[in-house]
Design a protein around this ligand. Structure first.
Ligand SMILES: *Cc1c(COP(=O)(O)O)cnc(C)c1O
Length: 463
């Protein structure tokens, strides 16, 4: 299996190379040269299988020569063994035709653990074999960073630096990044917002001297390995509701478009997904784009669902690449328009292609709180604010003939203030992490500028 860049100007890579590289050298994102289809009987045979078994069957064709069959199974088992639920991704019913996929039973209580835990295992295996080291640098709006730190802490071949926007993430998110004591973990609090952090990471990747000098590797949501790991739970959940014999739809609380894009890969592999519905908070660039065909940047507004507070959505480039019939030059053109003038208009054909797969809607802060309150009253389920955005949108898009699965992306205890404001109930942390508020914190405050951050990274990895 070979991987190509969405901008068509970077070398083709193997799975292992694409995973270790992250962003392509032409600024694009890696995607598989073609998506393997799974025959209907193979999808049907996933019913009743453990999560790890489905993970193996879904991901194996994409991984190619990187790992032997037996080793890949071992990595998958190690990745999900630390989850707090035997089903890994349990599905619960909210109402007629509406189901909630709980993706928050991993070590940092957000869906990002599904991808990050297996990425950590795959990095370690690949680097140990080649005897090399990498420096992982990532930007986070809260959940990616904690999941990355949890997945890479203590590994010998990796230093991990996470940039987060100072003062703009929840206390639980912050503490999950600042309390690990491992020497290879470095939390950097940046003066700026998430998009500033993301832009700084992009600039580091585009500075080839720095990139090669520190052996930079990325595990942000653009990393193909992460997208791939997220394809799995679209299969486990759909199959448990009767796929491939019965179609399903998904609503996905969306920021960087990684999670929902994984749904489109599942669909391309043959899973009968009727609609993929993008749910946004008031940072609604994706909803506006899918409504109008114009992708236009606006400022970021802080919300009670901060992991979706974004101005640009990096994985959307992959969906554009598909919509443009995999024309890298067309995508590169749109991305340079975005850089130069803050937006672009999608061609009519590509726009129609997107509309065939994706629906979208936006939820206000008040509706988000009201949804948390209502779900607790009607179902006993405590939703985090991101999941509530999804549930609110899904309820507007229910279709009696097609079950809807809404992705619950974080545990309510990760956002206790918003949940308590909405319901009067303060969600407790699971007992396995109950002492989080007592552990000492370790963090470096940095300005939102490239040079001083690069300096800190060089110094830390040299010592
Ligand atoms: C990251 C995150 C999202 C958004 O996911 P994308 O893949 O960036 O679209 C939604 N909810 C939570 C809790 C998250 O951590």
């Amino acid at each position: 299996m070979r991987y190509v860049s969405t901008r068509g100007q970077a070398p083709e890579l193997s799975f292992e190379e694409a995973m270790l590289t992250g962003l392509a050298r032409d600024g694009g994102l890696y995607v598989p040269a073609s998506v393997p289809a799974l025959p209907e009987d193979e999808i049907a045979a996933m019913a009743g299988q453990p999560y790890e078994e489905v993970a193996y069957r879904v991901m194996r064709p994409f991984v190619g020569e990187a790992f032997s069959d037996a080793q890949f199974r071992t990595l998958i088992d190690a990745a999900y063994g630390g989850f707090g639920h035997a089903a890994r991704a349990p599905l619960v019913q909210l109402g007629a035709g509406h189901h909630l996929l709980e993706l928050f039973h991993g070590p940092t209580l957000a869906f990002k653990d599904f991808a990050m835990q297996i990425i950590g295992q795959m990095f370690e295996a690949a680097l140990t074999r080649s005897g090399s080291r990498v420096t992982i640098v990532g930007a986070t709006s809260g959940d990616t960073g904690s999941a990355a730190i949890e997945a890479f802490r203590g590994l010998a071949a990796v230093d991990v630096f996470i940039l987060y926007p100072h003062g703009r993430i929840s206390e639980v998110q912050r503490r999950q990044m600042t309390t690990p004591t491992d020497d290879n973990v470095h939390a950097l609090a940046v003066d700026g917002d998430f998009d500033d952090c993301q832009a700084l990471v992009k600039d580091m990747f585009n500075d080839f001297d720095f990139r090669d000098g520190v052996a930079l590797a990325g595990v942000n949501s653009i990393n193909w390995g992460r997208v791939l790991a997220q394809v799995v739970y679209f299969f486990t959940s759909a199959v448990s509701l009767g796929a491939p014999h019965r179609p399903v739809s998904f609503t996905v609380p969306t920021g960087n478009f990684g999670d929902i894009y994984a749904g489109s890969i599942a669909r391309a592999m043959g899973l009968p997904i009727e609609r993929l519905v993008v749910a946004t908070n008031r940072n609604d660039i994706l909803h506006r784009t899918l409504e109008s065909g114009a992708y236009v940047k606006e400022g970021v507004h802080p919300t009670i669902s901060p992991s979706m507070d974004i101005q640009v959505s990096s994985n959307f480039e992959r969906a554009l690449f598909d919509a443009y019939g995999r024309d890298g030059a067309a995508v590169a053109g749109q991305m340079s328009e975005l850089r130069d003038s803050g937006g672009f208009r999608i061609s009519q054909g590509a726009y129609e292609g997107l509309k065939e797969i994706y629906g979208s809607d936006r939820v206000s802060e008040e509706e988000t709180s009201a949804t948390i309150k209502q779900a607790l009253a009607e179902t006993g389920e405590l939703l985090c604010p991101h999941s509530a955005v999804g549930v609110a949108v899904a309820e507007r898009h229910l279709d009696p003939s097609v079950p809807m699965i809404t992705l619950a992306t974080a545990h309510p205890a990760k956002f206790p203030d918003a949940v308590e404001d909405a319901t009067g109930v303060r969600p407790p942390l699971p007992s396995r992490m109950a002492d989080l508020y007592e552990r000492p914190e370790r963090v470096t405050r940095v300005p939102g500028e490239l040079a001083p951050i690069q300096e800190i990274i060089r110094e830390r990895i040299a010592s």
